[in-house]
Design a protein around this ligand. Sequence first.
Ligand code: BES
Ligand code: ZN
Length: 626
Amino acid sequence: MLRTTLSMITFAFLVSACSQETYDPSYDYFSFANTEQVVTRHIDLDLTVDFSAEQLRGSAILHLDRIDASATEIVLDSRGLHISEVYVALPDGPMLPAEFRFGEEDAIKGTPLTVSLPADFKPNSKFRMRLDYRTGPGATALQWLPPELTAGGKHPFMFTQSQAIHARSWVPLQDTPAIRITYSAVIHTPRQLLAVMSANNDPLTPRSGEYHFDMPQPIPSYLLALAVGNMFFAPLGRDTGVYTEPEVLDAAAFEFSGTQDMLDTASELFGPYQWGRYDLLVLPPSFPYGGMENPRLSFVTPSLLAGDHSLVSVIAHELAHSWSGNLVTNATWRDQWLNEGMTSYLESRLMEVLYGKDRVDEERVLGFEELLLNFETVVPAQQALAPRFDSGDPDDFQGTIHYHKGQLLLQYLENAFGRDSFDKFLGSYFDDFAFGTITTERFLDYLDENLLQRHEGNVSRSQVETWVYEPGLPTDAPVPTSATLDQAAAMALAWSQGELGLNELPVDSWSPQAMVHFINSLPADLSNDELGLLDKALGLSDARNAEISRTWFIQVAKRQYRAAYDNLEQHLNRYGRTRLIAPVYGAMAENGSDLELAREMFGRARGKYHPLTIANIASVLQLESN
Ligand code: BES
Ligand code: ZN
C-alpha cells in the first residue's frame, strides 16, 4: 500500500543487483545474522525509557543455541546502537567479557555486530550473551513524541515499529523472520506513564514506572513492540480491550466495541487463537500505518475512529495476522505476500461473517481498483507475488500487489475448490506450520499436495505459479463486483450529466465505501462550480471518515480545485498515516502546477509525521528526506 511511487525507482536498482544464478529464495538477504550457526531462543530485556535523551538504555540477554559446533562468533544485526560491554556465559556459569566489533554500515541493513567467543570458552550447545547498550539518535524503529503531538498534550509518548527490519535499531539481535524467540522485559519509565508490549499486558497493572512483561509464545523479531505514554485501558470483552490516551478512550471503546466478537468469530473460522488476550493500542496520529499486528496487542492509527465502525476492517486485518503472519510467518521479506495476501483474504472472510457479504463486496471492489491502479505504475517484474529480492529496502516491497493480488489468488482457490475444502486446507496449514516459517516455494509444494492434487478443483500447480511469478493477473482471475458500488458510480455519472439533482443522491443509504467509489467515479471534466456544489451538499471537505477525506482530497489535488486547498492542508495536518496523506501530496506533485505548494505544505506539516512517512513523502515530492 505504501511507497508505491517508489517502486519503479527501487526496482531498477533491484534488477541490477539480482543475479539469476545465485539468487536463493530461502536466504534472508536483509539480515547479517549467522543463524545457520547460532540461533537465539529467548531474550531478556531490561530497558530504561529516557524521554529527555530520546533513548532506550539497558541490556539484552540473548539465550542462544550453537547449532554449528565450529562457530566461533555470533553476528547480530544492529543499527545505530552504542554497545558498551558484551559478556557471554555457559548455563549456570559466570558472565565473561567477550570481544565485539562492528562491521561496515549498510544504509538499509544497518551494521553487523560480531561477538567473538573467548578462546578458553568452549560452549556446549547452549549459552547466553549479555549486551549493555543504548539506542542511537537515528533509531528507525522509535518515534519520540513531544506532548503537543499527543491527544492530551501533557505527556510525551514513544512507540516502536519494528517491521520490517527496524527491531535491530532498538535491540541487538538476529533480526530475521526466519527464527523465533520468546522474551521477557523489565521496562523503566517515568512514574506517571504506562508501558505496554507485544506480550502479556495486565490491564490491571498499577502505574509504578517499572513494568514486567513475559512473552511465552515464540515470535519473529519484527513483532517485538513497546509503547510508553499516558495510556489507560478500557475492556471490550472477555479477552479484549483497548489502550489509549484518556482523551480518546471512550471513542476508541465505542469504535472497536465489536472486537471480542471478531476474536470469537476468527477462532471459529481459522482455528484456536493461540495468543491469550487480544488488545488494541490506539496511537497518536503520527503512527505511520493503519495497523500493525503486534501479537496480543495490535497497534492502530487513530484515523480509524470514524464514529460508525466503518473502518474496522483494519482491525479484522490485524487480528487475522494472529494466524497468517504471527503464527505462520513469511520466511523472508520476499515471501511477504504470504503474510499480507493471506491476511487480506482472512480479513474478508471475517468481515463477511460480521458485516455481511455486501460490505465485503464493496471492500473487495475498492481493493481491486487499487490493484489495477498499481499495475499501471509498477514495472511488470515487480507485479509478481514473489519477486526476486536480494537488495533494496523491504519496507518498499509492501505494495497493494501483495495484499490484493494475494487475496484474489486465495479467493480464486476458494471458488475453484469450494469453501469447505478450502477451509479445511487452511486449517491444516495453520496447524502444520504453527509457530514456524514458510517460503513461497514450500507453500506451493504444500498447496499442491494438500489441495490441488487432493481435491476436485481443476487448478494446476502451473496455474498457481502464474499468479505467483508472473506480472498482472491471469485471465481467469475473479473480478469482484458490488451492486451498491455500481449504483454509486452510475449516480456519479447521472448527476454530472444533469439527470439527477444533488438532493436526489441517496447518500444517507450509502456506506462510506460507496461514497469513496462515488467520488472516484466522478468524470474528469467537472467544473470548479460543480465540485463546489458537490462539496457543499455532501460535506466532503469536512468528512469525518478518513478514507472519504483521502479520496476527496486526492481528487481535489488532481483537479486543482483550489477552493478546497485550505481543507486539504488541514487533512495533511490531521493525519499521519502514510496511506492517507502521501497520495494527496503525490496528486499535487503530479498535477502540473502544485509541486512547489505541496513542498511548502509538507514543510509546515512534517514535524508531525513519523520518519518513515517523511521519507515516503519526501520521495513523492522528489526531496532529500533530511
Ligand atoms: N503488517 C502490516 C504493516 C506493515 C507492512 C508494516 C510492511 C511494515 C512493513 C499491517 O498488517 C498492514 O497490512 N497494515 C495495513 C492495514 C490494511 C491493509 C487493512 C495498513 O497499514 O494500511
Ligand atoms: Zn497486514
